[in-house]
Design a protein around this ligand. Structure first.
Ligand code: ATP
Ligand code: MG
Length: 594
């Protein structure tokens, strides 16, 4: 063991606090558990997965199930602190509800079936069924039902920070999409929609501040509500290539929506005057492209594409323009189905009398529900399948020949016009980090959660719910900011704000390093003190890999020049700073940490 200055070595615990108002904490690297690795896991395709493993933050236990090591616990607790502060600011109160949840309540709302294979289910020794909580609308609503009596008790906004369990079909990217993960979920209870709107906006603002403070810029976009139900929802999206969602954005007016609900405007089309319906042979032509090629030469925008889906076990025929992709989320919304899948070949043939490639909805409506995309309304001289294999129909006048419900069914494409202004839409990959919903009375009505109005009547509680993935914020920060050497943490969620490295075994370096540690602690920074008996190069590499914002190297070279070598993570070269000046530098960083 190298000699240590009395100041530090005499302290009884590994961790101590200085005497100042909001002092930082220090950990000695020689005894701190941060197992860094040269290589990330071979299967890691996302930068955050690879780097969080390499830098000693997380370890995988099984598919989508991770242990958080001390560095990750520190970062997660910083994120939690920010979330708690902003929830308190928005008037929300912290609760902690169980994860082991009886099936009955889920059956009551229909979600025991609806959640399908994503729900982890188990049976106790008496044969009672349970699930592990994947979300808590039912459970919070029950608490509200049993405890809230009158409009005087409202509004209430309750939240918890806890573990959620979801048997994801594709757990991947490390903690970005795990099967067991940390979430903050909040639930608001109001007397009416106006109250819900206020609670919703308070949460929206809190979310914006949370993401800004975490150094993870997120855009709020219009979103699809899926299995939650309700009338409106907003997602918070971080624009990164690893994101599994696509969002449409208008750079001119700021319109932003998930592709699942995004809308756009199309330039009007002048069709040539339509004629009579006429069937023609198209042997072997099964695609839009084939019909667009010689000898047929029917441009995709003059074709109708007809697709068959099974929506909650009912067949539904959907028609869009040949060059427009059908949007399954919109189809699901329009049909109100809780489950939707493309129909099998056999079922298509039975319903339509032809196979995929020759389908059409002309004079069809009595055999299944037909939905028609808004963008083809009023079109004439179109071409579509004849519902006879190897034949198409030309001269289709959509309004005359197709009887259908008219809805928005197409997926917006880059370059189309913004629905709100004359801007042009861009598409971008994005990762959902938060999602907030106006649930309304969907849960309170079925669970009987009512309160007394001022007029003495019972009225169902009007609910909102608000989720944010804490592990996802941690991983998103890494996705956003890293380089070939490792992670570059936003100071506010870094596991340590600063690290002090001894760059040699000499006692005077040790002493100076410990002075530097004290200065940083005094300024309120958490410090990883790298006192290990390893080469300087190893210490530099680890500091960069772990991504600590401020690195203070204490070596002979600096000492001779009268200071220490300071480098902000992400900067190339260190600069010489006297220990006296380290205090003001630390104070500046402290402001970014707070
Ligand atoms: P996704 O579309 O990514 O599956 P979701 O719509 O299922 O997300 P919500 O039910 O709204 O997500 O959950 C709220 C938040 O919880 C999400 O915004 C996300 O930050 C986080 N989250 C959801 N699923 C996971 C997961 N498998 N691993 C880590 N975080 C998750
Ligand atoms: Mg999900």
């Amino acid at each position: 063991m190298r000699p240590q200055s009395r100041e530090i070595s005499q302290l009884p615990s590994l961790r101590w606090r200085t005497g100042s108002a909001s002092p930082g904490e220090v950990e000695r690297f020689s005894r701190f558990f941060a197992p860094t690795l040269k290589e990330g896991p071979a299967e890691a395709s996302a930068a955050s997965h690879r780097l969080l493993v390499r830098a000693g933050f997380i370890r995988q236990l099984s598919a989508g199930v991770y242990s958080l090591l001390p560095l990750a616990v520190r970062t997660m607790s910083r994120i939690e602190t920010i979330v708690r502060e902003e929830m308190a600011h928005a008037g929300a109160q912290e609760l902690r509800l169980p994860s082991l949840l009886p099936a009955d309540f889920w059956r009551a709302t229909g979600r025991w079936e609806l959640m399908g294979a994503e729900m982890f289910r188990l049976t106790d020794r008496r044969g009672s069924e349970y699930c592990l909580g994947m979300t808590h609308e039912e459970i919070f609503c029950l608490l509200a039902r049993d405890e809230l009596r009158s409009y005087r008790d409202l509004p209430q906004v309750w939240y918890q920070i806890g573990t959620k369990f979801r048997d994801e079909p594709r757990p991947r990217f490390g903690v970005l999409r795990a099967r067991e993960f940390a979430m903050k979920d909040a639930y608001s209870f109001d007397l009416d929609n106006a109250g819900l709107d206020r609670s919703f906006e308070a949460q929206r603002s809190a979310y914006k501040r949370i993401f800004a403070r975490c150094g993870v810029p997120a855009v709020d976009v219009e979103a699809f509500s899926g299995s939650m139900g309700g009338r409106e929802s907003v997602e918070f999206m971080v624009r990164i290539p690893a994101g599994e969602d696509t969002i449409a954005l208008c750079p001119r007016c700021g319109y932003a929506a998930n592709l699942e609900v995004a809308r756009s405007r199309l330039p009007p089309i002048e069709d040539s005057v339509g004629g009579a319906l006429e069937r023609f042979a198209t042997p072997g032509v099964l695609t839009i492209e084939a019909l667009a090629s010689p000898p047929y030469n029917v441009e995709p925008w003059r074709q109708l594409k007809t697709l068959v889906h099974v929506c909650d076990s009912q067949p539904v025929v959907a028609v869009v323009r040949g060059d427009h992709p059908l949007n399954e989320a919109k189809l699901q919304l329009a049909t109100g189905a809780s489950e939707l899948r493309p129909a099998q070949d056999e079922a298509i043939f039975q319903l339509m009398g032809a196979h995929a490639g020759s389908l059409g909805a002309v004079h069809f409506s009595n055999r299944a529900r037909v939905l028609l995309d808004e963008a083809v309304v009023g079109r004439t001289n179109m071409v579509t399948g004849a519902n006879v294999d190897g034949f198409h129909l030309r001269g289709v006048d959509v309004d005359r020949d197709i009887t259908a419900e008219i809805v928005d069914l197409r997926t917006v494409q880059a370059g189309e016009l913004c629905p709100r202004c004359d801007g042009v839409l861009e598409l971008d990959r994005a990762l959902e980090v938060g999602h907030i919903f106006k649930l309304g009375t969907r849960y309170s009505v079925v669970l009987g959660a009512t309160v007394l109005t001022p007029n003495g009547e019972q009225t169902p509680l009007v609910m909102g719910c608000y989720g944010i993935g804490l592990g996802r914020i941690m991983a998103a920060a890494v996705e956003l900011l890293h380089d070939q050497d490792g992670i570059i943490w936003p100071p506010s969620i870094a596991p340590f704000a600063a690290t002090v490295l001894t760059l040699g075994p000499e006692a005077e370096l040790q002493e100076l390093a410990e002075r530097a540690v004290q200065v940083l602690l005094g300024a309120g920074l958490d410090v990883l003190y790298d006192d290990r008996d390893v080469r300087a190069g190893v210490k530099f590499k680890d500091a960069d890999l772990i991504g600590i914002p401020l690195r203070v190297g204490v070596g002979q070279r600096g000492l001779n020049a009268g200071g220490v070598e300071v480098k902000r993570r992400g900067e190339r070269e260190p600069r010489l700073v006297s220990v006296a000046d380290l205090g003001s530098l630390a104070a500046t960083l402290r402001e970014q940490v707070a």
